[in-house]
Ligand binder design. Structure first.
Ligand SMILES: *Cc1c(COP(=O)(O)O)cnc(C)c1O
Length: 372
């Protein structure tokens, strides 16, 4: 996709904020615990390579991604630290895992057996590093009980082509007030661990929410995602134990400003009619940028004043009602601070009836990312 370098709309990423968020978490962790920065989905829309570099500055010693291609992107950018792929990779790409020195998640005995077959075949010298995933109640991927986990561990340990590097699970409710289901998952994980004779280098259970609100028993590695970008994993349900600094702003400028008389229609479907003389500004951002149509009626900031988005949002543009005449070229802040007013990703998420995770990932490739 063509990136809009020659249009004033852009995501501005404060890499210093990412560094600070990671640094603050590292300071809180037990000394023997490592922090792996989760930079999947293009670093939650912030840019994977830049986010990874900023996280490393803050003390991250490894990275997590969701898919093989994201891991390769980091390697091709010159990142040499450990990288764990959190999801399943098809056996046919096993040579790439070795070539790029990646650690991979294992969730079934069949995958292990096939991996051993393949690896014996390609007679490589370096063994493949694996993390065994236990499903303690997420219902997504992983071994379901102690018996199957033990079998996987035994097979791994008997195979010279494999290194058992990690054991992990994932919590589904760590960002909630009620901790009963969290406790149940944790107990299941502990029960499985207690049946194993040995543990690997990394035993890890913490996403951001677990790290923030369940800081005991974090194991010796945490997988910090949303919090490193400065967003509260719970939305605004649970208080942050330390201030998180949002790294992302979204800005543009007005490309046209006009005064319309009472009774004029705005946008497709003519869903908004001016109720008096109104100053209407046009902003060059639309749903093709991830600024979704459901944001009609939401507000953006111009000179620190909230201005409503009026009429339907188009593919490439949207219109706002200004309190007065404002010069073309004036900055529009869609997410971020402007003269003491702030629009947060959480506010956008609430308007869209979703979570800020989804908002961050929805910004399209068309929007350039500027790093400061
Ligand atoms: C995405 C992901 C994380 C990071 O989650 P956050 O809530 O963003 O911290 C951690 N672990 C796994 C398995 C994930 O898929």
């Amino acid at each position: 996709m063509a990136v809009g370098w020659h249009r004033p709309t852009k995501l501005v990423i404060d890499t210093q904020a990412i560094t600070e968020n990671v640094c603050n978490e590292v300071k809180r962790m037990p000394e023997t615990t490592e922090l792996f920065a989760v930079v999947k989905a293009n670093g939650y829309g912030h840019g994977a390579v830049q986010a990874a570099k900023a996280a490393k500055k803050g003390g991250a010693t490894g990275f997590c991604v969701a898919i093989l291609d994201e891991a390769i992107e980091l390697r091709q950018a010159g990142i040499t630290d450990p990288i764990l792929i959190l999801s399943v990779v098809d056996i046919s790409y096993i040579d790439l895992l070795l070539e790029y020195d990646l650690s991979v998640t294992v969730t079934t005995q069949e995958w292990l057996e096939q991996a051993i077959k393949h690896l014996t075949h390609i007679e490589t010298q370096a063994p493949l590093k694996i993390h065994i995933k236990v499903d303690t109640g997420m219902g997504r991927i992983g071994f379901m009980n102690a018996q199957t986990t033990k079998q996987a561990v035994e097979l791994t340990q008997s195979a010279t082509c494999l290194i058992w590097e990690g054991l992990f699970t994932h919590f589904s409710t760590a960002d909630e007030v009620d901790i009963s289901y969290f406790n149940k998952q944790e107990q299941r994980f502990q029960d499985i661990i207690s049946e194993l004779k040995q543990l690997p280098k990394y035993v890890h259970v913490s996403n951001s929410a677990t790290a923030l609100w369940h800081p005991d028993n974090v194991g010796n590695m945490i997988r910090l995602g949303i919090a490193m970008y400065g967003l509260n994993p719970s939305g605004n349900l649970l208080p942050e134990p330390y201030p998180l600094k949002p790294a992302l702003s979204l800005v543009s400028t007005l490309i046209q400003v006009k005064k319309l008389p009472k009774g004029e229609g705005i946008g497709y479907g003519n869903t908004y009619t001016t109720s008096s003389d109104e100053w209407i500004g046009t902003v060059p951002i639309g749903y093709a940028d991830g600024w979704l149509r459901h944001l009609q009626g939401f507000s953006v900031l111009v000179n620190g004043i909230k201005c409503e988005i009026v009429g339907r949002i188009c593919m490439d543009q949207c219109m706002i009602r200004l309190p007065e005449k404002v010069a073309v070229g004036t900055r529009v802040t869609l997410i971020g601070d402007d003269n003491g007013e702030t629009i947060t990703m959480q506010m956008v998420a609430e308007k869209l009836d979703t979570i800020h995770y989804e908002v961050a990932c929805t910004f399209s490739e068309r929007m350039p990312r500027e790093y400061k």
